[in-house]
Write a protein that binds this ligand. Structure first.
Ligand code: IVH
Length: 658
């Protein structure tokens, strides 16, 4: 159990703090489940800070207010180097020390949500949001789900009291993965990492937080007892010794010139950093000098935020359009006068949903502030000038087919419920033919548009009734293109059942869930016999997915749609389930390290499983073969020490039959 805890802890660190995981989520879950099993069998041996406790406890009825022992201050801001120099001069005057003699630290200013974590006798007892600086919300239940944040401090002699402060963030990679999964499942997209982190932190249910990976980067202290302090830099080093993650490795300590050079460096590398940074915080390093300088009403005199130039621009909203998506969701977007923001011309800005339009109060004719941060889709920050236009509200009926819209309870989305709505149909066809689904080449947006507009396709099954003449007669098509489409359609008839399930665009059924479902119910007949009680038995199917699947099965129109597909000759072929202990690799365990050239990691893993082998997530004496790609890490060394067989990629391919 100790070994598993350590291994999971290491993967947490790689995943959350370094954003460089070396195993897949599935492999991670295998480790976690193994530990959970052992803890169930031997509860007395379970560590109080076991990674399994991070799965989160029970939801709380509401967030309680808690006072901070010491107020959480804010920072003076500037965009100008001049002002930073002036600030340094004023400090130097006050302290009577020459500017060149003063040591500063420079840290990235993370764009997240401020939080305080309280450790008493080394145990994590509370997490409190900044709130108004004096009183915040108790979010301990969410904080405990933050992977990589120790519930028990490392080391034998923890301080009696340690209040640490930092920023809760979501890394860009996690944000993108989260939104990709939501897009796939037909759910609303999150606006940006900061909003997502903030919303997640305020949620009452830790299970929600578990699906939205948060990270915490520490930058300061609250009240402490038994934690001797000398400087900001040393403080951070000491926190790291207790197993806490700080921003020190992306920071610098030195004279003002050094820290300003570091600011320039951070600014240049802004987009490469794993998280969003909106500036640098320059702090006087020496704690004794900090105390001499003291604080103003809301911010310390010993620190200043030197912000990065804004990535914002303003423009005027020409109109607000309403787009209809695959699930019928109505999404408003603003069409603005083209404007250049951080190197890109922006003409369309998503307004996401009704609540966002309301929050912003944006109307056609308004001048708005548009922000484009990193790779995040552009969004409107606020209205800077009221254009006096009419308030905008989402229409009561679908802008494409005029069917009255429906609102699901507890959702901000408004949907067009008409399955035959041309807009919905177009989006559904796009999804149906996409990679990962039926993977039909040559069927692009333009063609789909014509097929639907010309009533050649009124439901998915009609795709399979298309003929060469019809296709070749369409704009931008010819005989060759028509033939390509037909052969693509032909080939798609025997896609696997899981791909079909995904391609059908059932809400909340993404690629992975579709595979899980097909693994249990490998064809339509068996799936249709499924009941609610069968679904709850499958660990990877949660209540939301189960409800969606049952609703889909009970939906006559949807079922008629599938029947028509089968009647049109669709014959999904689910690959024979893997029989454990059969195949060329039967009974042997494998692990990959380094970069493979011919296979992706996923493909390589699939090959092992398909050949009857088993995957391990770490090097141990149970490992039979380590397959090594370019730039292998420490695994290779460890395997060699243990005398484990090492193969290169080609040798592995030979083993599994090329
Ligand atoms: S120090 C007493 N350091 O920025 C000093 N703050 O605009 C208080 N922030 O509320 C904060 N990165 O949420 C500090 N490296 C950093 C920071 C940082 C982000 C946030 C923090 C604070 C806000 C002030």
């Amino acid at each position: 159990m100790r070994e598993l805890e350590a291994e999971i802890g290491r993967h947490d660190e790689l995943y959350y703090q370094l954003a460089a995981p070396i195993i897949t989520d599935e492999e991670y879950d295998v480790l976690l489940r193994e530990l959970e099993d052992l803890e169930r069998k031997h509860p007395e041996l379970a560590a109080p800070d076991s990674p399994t406790t991070r799965v989160g406890g029970a939801p709380v009825p509401q967030l309680e207010s808690v006072a901070h022992r010491q107020p959480m201050l804010s920072l003076a801001n500037t965009y100008s180097r001049e002002e930073v120099l002036e600030w340094c001069d004023s400090i130097s005057d006050f302290l009577g020390v020459a500017p060149a003699e003063i040591t500063f630290t420079c840290e990235p200013k993370l764009d997240g949500v401020a939080i305080e974590i309280v450790y008493e006798q080394g145990l994590l007892v509370r997490g409190i949001t900044r709130g108004d600086g004096r009183v915040g919300d108790d979010v301990t239940h969410i904080v405990r789900t933050i992977r990589g944040l120790p519930h028990v401090l490392q080391g034998d002699t923890p301080p009696a009291l340690l209040e640490v402060r930092g920023e809760v963030i979501m890394t860009r990679a996690h944000f993108e993965a989260l939104n990709a999964a939501r897009a796939e499942a037909g759910e609303d997209l999150f606006i940006n990492p900061r909003n997502t982190a903030s919303g997640t932190l305020k949620s009452l249910d830790p299970k929600v937080a578990r699906q939205r990976p948060l990270s915490l980067v520490l930058y300061g202290l609250g009240q402490v007892d038994g934690f001797p302090r000398s400087s900001q830099w040393e403080d951070m080093l000491n926190l790291e010794r207790y197993g806490l993650a700080t921003g020190r490795h992306v920071g610098r300590r030195g004279a003002l010139d050094d820290v300003l050079a570091h600011y320039d460096d951070l600014l240049a590398r802004r987009d490469e950093l794993p998280f969003e940074v909106d500036g640098a915080v320059i702090k006087l390093d020496d704690v004794a000098l900090q105390e001499r300088l003291g604080v103003r009403s809301r911010s310390p005199r010993w620190a200043i935020a030197f912000k990065f130039p804004a990535r914002r621009g303003t423009s005027v909203v020409r109109e607000i359009q309403v787009m209809v998506g695959r699930t019928g969701a109505l999404t408003p977007r603003a069409v603005v006068e083209p404007v250049h923001v951080a190197g890109v011309t922006i003409e369309y800005v998503s307004l996401f949903n009704r609540d966002e339009v309301q929050r912003l109060g944006v109307k056609p004719g308004d001048r708005v502030i548009i922000e484009r941060a990193g790779d995040v889709i552009p969004h409107i920050v606020g209205v800077s000038e009221d254009g006096g236009g009419e308030p905008f509200a989402l229409p009561g009926s679908c802008p494409v087919c005029d069917t009255p819209v429906e609102e699901a309870e507890g959702e901000v989305v408004v949907r067009c419920p008409n399955p035959a709505c041309p807009a919905v149909l177009k989006r559904r066809i796009e999804h149906f033919v996409a990679r990962g689904g039926m993977d039909i080449e040559g069927v692009g947006e333009k063609l789909i548009e014509q097929l639907v507009e010309g009533a050649h396709v009124t439901r998915l099954a009609d795709l399979y009734a298309l003929d060469e003449e019809t296709l070749a007669g369409l704009e931008r098509m010819g005989t060759q293109s028509a033939r390509n489409v037909l052969s693509g359609l032909e080939a798609s008839r025997t896609r696997s059942f899981s791909k079909l399930l995904f391609a059908l665009g059932i809400r909340h059924i993404g690629q992975h869930v579709a595979e899980v479902v097909a693994e249990h119910w490998p064809d339509l007949e068996r799936l249709r016999a499924v009941g609610a009680e069968d679904l709850v038995d499958v660990a990877e199917i949660g209540p939301v997915v189960a409800d969606s699947l049952l609703a889909w099965l009970a939906d006559d129109a949807e079922q008629a749609n599938v029947d028509a597909l089968y009647a049109a000759g669709l014959a999904p072929v689910e690959p024979a389930p893997r029989v454990e202990g059969e195949g060329p690799l039967a009974g042997r365990t494998f692990l990959f390290t380094g970069t493979l050239e011919k296979l992706s990691r996923r493909e390589a893993n699939e090959r092992v499983k398909a050949a009857g082998g088993k995957l391990l997530s770490g090097v141990s004496k149970n490992l039979d073969v380590l397959v090594v790609g370019a730039k292998p890490g420490s695994k290779l060394k460890k395997a060699q020490e243990l005398g484990i067989e090492v193969l290169d990629e080609d040798a592995f391919l030979d083993l599994v039959g090329g």
